[in-house]
Design a protein around this ligand. Structure first.
Ligand code: MLT
Ligand code: MN
Length: 307
């Protein structure tokens, strides 16, 4: 299995259009230690020719143009993109589907909860049903990623529920139980080929025993790296919300990702979906040094993460 990070940033990207923080200014100025990143997405392939995306970010058009392996090669109209797996219905996971609207056949794999969100939003009708198949996938059931011609890609996939939050635009109010959503609203995806296991979890509100069991023994894990501190948006004066309120566990701290992964046998651990407020985006930050000492990598656009 080949796997490449198309985008490593959280919603808004790095730099974010309306952010004038020092980090975003450094990214705009071309500072080599503040590398710009587009919004989170992963591309995987079983044969190196035909590809599946995990999430379709609002930056998808730019991501396709940046990666020659995603360019059309057959005839006047074609695409190596055979399918898109969705981990939720957040804007940064589904908005890019609208870039794929030129009557090109591909399959969308998602939970019934997420497929229902697409169905309820008439704008996604631009993906004509006779071209774009929407496959509702049950949780914790292995399915094969299939090429449009019906052949197997060689990659088996499984969606599993993780603690999260309903999409921002579907929030039913502030009650924590309702905000947490239902099973299938926020999922991770496990991709397997032979003995390789790659797990992609761009959003997760907390570690659970079940999730630890799932992650144990994985070849590569790409995990929610949204915030360093739960309250960093508030501290920096960027917004009123904590990471917890947004459905993201933070990287540092007693309940954070670094602590949660200690002792977990995972060959390669990588943070992805990184918010522009997170200091790990800066190669020369003390937080980056801490992270690397703990054996973590920070995803960037174009990063090879093949197991
Ligand atoms: C998130 O990851 O919390 C969401 O993508 C936020 C958003 O919808 O902008
Ligand atoms: Mn997001």
């Amino acid at each position: 299995m080949r796997a490449v990070v198309l985008g490593a940033a959280a919603g808004g990207g790095f730099p974010q259009w309306n952010s004038n923080t020092e980090a975003c200014r450094r990214a705009r100025a071309g500072d080599g230690k503040a590398m710009p990143r587009t919004q989170a997405s992963l591309a995987v392939s079983g044969d190196g020719e035909r590809w599946f995306l995990v999430n379709a970010s609002p930056d998808l058009r730019q991501q396709i143009e940046a990666r020659p392996f995603l360019h059309p090669r057959r005839g006047l109209r074609s695409s190596p993109i055979e399918g898109v797996v969705l981990t939720g219905a957040d804007v940064d996971a589904i908005a890019g589907l609208l870039h794929l609207r030129e009557r090109q056949a591909f399959t969308i794999y998602a939970t019934a909860r997420v497929i229902d969100v697409l169905k309820a939003n008439p704008i996604f009708g631009v993906l004509a049903e006779e071209c774009v198949r929407r496959e509702a996938v049950p949780l914790e059931k292995t399915f094969e990623l299939r090429h449009i011609d019906g052949s197997d890609s060689g990659i088996a996939a499984e969606l599993f529920d993780v603690p999260g939050k309903v999409a921002l635009y579907l929030e039913p109010g502030d009650a924590p139980e309702a905000l947490a959503g239902r099973p299938g609203d926020t999922v991770g995806v496990e991709l397997r080929a032979g003995s390789d296991r790659l797990i992609y979890v761009p959003g997760c509100a907390r570690m659970t025993d079940g999730l630890r069991q799932r992650l144990a023994g994985a070849s590569v894990v790409l995990f929610d790296g949204t915030l360093w501190h739960d309250d960093e948006m508030i501290r920096l004066g960027l917004g009123p919300k904590t990471g917890q309120r947004m459905g993201h566990m933070s990287v540092s701290g007693a309940d954070g990702t670094i602590a949660a992964f200690r002792g977990l046998p995972v060959r390669r651990r990588i943070l992805v979906h990184i918010n522009n407020s997170n200091p790990i985006l800066l190669d020369d930050s003390p937080e980056r040094a801490v992270l690397e000492k703990e054996g973590w990598e920070v995803a960037y656009d174009g990063m090879e993460v093949s197991p």
